[in-house]
Design a protein around this ligand. Structure first.
Ligand code: 13P
Length: 258
């Protein structure tokens, strides 16, 4: 399948930002702006789980889908403070991010735990957005492929080929997240091609591969034109409706229908 046949996917990761009133304005603006996008550009927002019901009520009937930024590795039980994947399903969600580098770093999530969470998300009928990425130190040591390959392999080892085909994978170099310093289009494409080959070996060559890390209206189109970049996972710029919609429009400019 070609880059264009796969279409484009742009997902906002709000991280721990937002309050009820600000969310309402942002969700309404994104819902409205997304109505003008071609059908082969899909848009989603991953909100703090507390605001899932708000996202559902304001996005229902719009082309924008919603999801969360993490789930528990367990389906239910005595796990104070955790949110289980089936609970997320109750609110009509589509996506759950797993293995974001902020969780791997600040919550000490291992590659194995990320794989278990991926299984829980799949079992709940949701689409996991599995994040992988190397630190600056790892890149400079020449171990980018070893790191991201290892992170992906841990997940692929725990899912069937059919399940692998239901994944979304996001390449997010840790050094590009929130720094304003995106990977160059060539750097990102090289890692995406590597990940695509790994997925192809599992029979899942066509999963959407998103790039994340300082995507902005100014650099989105060049990134999205790369052969193996199927869209973006957007942090800071997803909190501003104009910027987020401009990035969605950049995706449209690189899609078949756009
Ligand atoms: P920024 O777009 O703020 O760099 O964040 C990227 C990210 O971590 C998305 O998950």
């Amino acid at each position: 399948m070609s880059n264009q046949q796969r279409g484009k996917l742009v997902v906002g990761n709000w991280k721990m930002h937002g309050r009820l009133a600000a969310n309402a304005a942002l969700l309404q603006a994104v819902a409205q702006g997304s109505g003008e996008l071609p059908a082969d550009v899909r848009v989603g927002v991953c909100v703090p789980s507390l605001y899932l019901a708000q996202a559902q009520s304001l996005l229902k009937g719009s082309p924008v889908v919603w999801g969360v930024q993490d789930v528990s590795a367990f389906t239910h039980g005595a796990y104070t403070g955790e949110v289980a994947a089936p609970m997320v399903t109750d609110f009509g969600a589509t996506f759950a991010i797993v293995g974001h580098s902020e969780r791997r770093a600040y919550h000490r999530e291992s590659a194995e735990l990320v794989a278990v969470k991926t299984q829980r998300v799949l079992e709940a009928g949701l689409t996991p957005i599995v994040c992988v990425g190397e630190t600056l130190e790892e890149r400079e040591a020449g171990s980018t492929e070893q790191v991201v390959g290892g992170q992906l392999d841990e997940v692929l080892a725990k899912v069937s080929a059919q399940e692998a085909a239901r994944l979304v994978v996001a390449y997010e170099p840790v050094w590009a997240i929130g720094t304003g310093k995106s990977a160059s289009a060539a750097q990102a494409q090289a890692v995406h091609a590597f990940l695509r080959a790994r997925l192809a070996a599992k029979g899942a060559a066509d999963v959407p591969l998103l790039y994340g890390g300082s995507v902005k209206p100014e650099n989105a189109e060049e990134l999205f034109r790369q052969l193996d970049i199927d869209g973006g996972l957007i942090g800071g710029a997803s909190l501003k409706d104009q910027d987020f919609l401009a990035i969605c429009k950049a995706a449209a400019a690189t899609s078949v229908a756009g």
